[in-house]
Design a protein around this ligand. Structure first.
Ligand code: HEM
Length: 369
């Protein structure tokens, strides 16, 4: 039996059982973690040692290296979550896989969703399953919309309308998934038992930021295809550069090659204006929902009761929560084209009002108006 097979079997059995047991114990205490309990501490150490014994035996990679990084990455993230230090020899296996793939050497949300043939989870909790499934469905919806929008410039005008409709359906699926998540997710369970696996952690001396459901290229494809964001805008450029190592390898070229700006195309041709505007509205609505109905109630609100010493490491990315919220709020302004400096608000209003801009009038959506 190969070590990778053994590792996979362990992740599906003892690993998931131990995490579930620890989560139930933490939850019974209404705590993010429980210290100085002999039984729990033994279980945390056993998880670390059993995983390290398997991971350090991994030699030449067999199978899909990104999938293997997911397996090793889940183990590292669980050790971080239970605050047990992983031997450097085990960290180095993730490091080796990350370097070979050109990605951060840690698990990312794709390893629980779009790149998860083994259906791995950290725990057996239904709360984690719901979180992974609805977030994953939202990612699929974004993928669907992005793929349709990328094709618009190369199809006949008579077909472009169908692609805008397809993009609209994809973005409506994103909003539906967000709504279902908001309705079903138990806030306390999410905060105490799911989110802690997504924290930043160190691999061989370097700290990598935490995972989040936004680490895929499609959402940025859509931003740029709709002309709502601009790669020349320093704020938005930082978002792209920062997320680059955390997206799956095949998403990286997409972050490097922005799609054709359809806002400019629609302004020039005047075709499918209504459908284009409907897609913009759906993108803004889905992301505003993310902010006001997911981030605020499931993260910002519960964080108000967190002791100050734990608050600093609360978000996935590492920066303090107010900084993260400000960034996300600016993304809402851009994606919903709100009436703020540097958004596409004016250009979309012109389109809505049927104005055809003069060529000299046309400006990038990232520039102040
Ligand atoms: C309870 C549910 C959710 C919470 C609490 C949440 C929270 C967050 C937070 C805090 C960030 C900023 C990352 C950081 O720096 O810490 C973020 C980013 C992001 N999330 Fe969520 N999120 C949730 C669900 C979702 C879902 C369902 C999607 C849809 C795919 C999603 C898409 C994104 C995107 C796209 C970003 C990155 C910003 C960007 O690059 O555009 N999130 N989320």
């Amino acid at each position: 039996m190969s070590v990778v097979t053994d590792l996979n079997r362990w992740l599906a059995t003892d690993f998931a059982d131990t995490n579930t047991f620890l989560e139930e114990a933490y939850f019974a205490d209404r705590a993010e973690i429980v210290y100085e309990n002999i039984d729990l501490d033994q279980r945390k150490r056993a998880l670390r040692d059993d995983g390290a014994a398997l991971v350090t035996r991994i030699g030449d990679v067999e199978g899909d290296p990104y999938d293997l990084l997911g397996a090793v990455g889940l183990y590292l993230a669980a050790c971080r979550r239970h605050e047990v230090d992983v031997p450097e020899s085990a960290q180095a296996v993730a490091g080796r896989l990350g370097v070979a793939l050109g990605v951060a050497p840690r698990f990312v949300f794709a390893h629980l969703s779009t790149h998860n043939p083994a259906a791995r989870t950290f725990t057996r909790l239904p709360h984690e399953q719901a979180f992974n499934t609805y977030n994953g469905l939202a990612v699929l919806g974004y993928d669907r919309a992005a793929a349709a929008l990328r094709r618009v410039p190369s199809v006949a005008t008579s077909l472009a309308g169908a692609l805008y409709e397809e993009a609209l359906a994809g973005l409506e699926a994103v909003l539906d998934a967000g709504r279902a998540l908001a309705a079903e997710l138990d806030g306390a369970r999410f905060f105490l038992n799911v989110r802690p696996y997504f924290k930043p952690h160190v691999v061989c001396g370097t700290e990598y930021r935490g995972a989040n459901a936004g680490d895929f290229a499609a959402v940025n494809d859509i931003d740029l295809a709709l002309g709502l964001c601009d790669v020349g805008d320093p704020f938005y450029q930082r978002i792209l550069v920062e997320k680059y190592p955390y997206v799956p390898p095949e998403d990286q070229p997409r972050l490097r090659t922005p799609p054709v700006n359809l806002l400019t195309l629609v302004e020039e041709t005047g075709t499918h204006t209504e459908k284009f505007l409907a897609v913009c509205r759906a993108h803004g609505a889905a992301y505003a929902f993310h902010h006001h109905r997911l981030v605020v109630p499931f993260l910002a609100k519960p964080a108000e009761n967190v002791p100050p010493d734990r608050l600093a490491r609360l978000t996935a990315s590492g920066p303090p929560l107010d900084v993260v919220l400000a960034t996300l709020s600016r993304l809402v302004d851009l994606r919903a084209a709100r009436d703020r400096p540097g958004t596409a608000h004016g250009r979309l209003s012109d389109l809505r009002n049927g104005a055809r801009p003069q060529v000299s009038d046309r400006r990038g959506s990232g520039l102040p108006r």
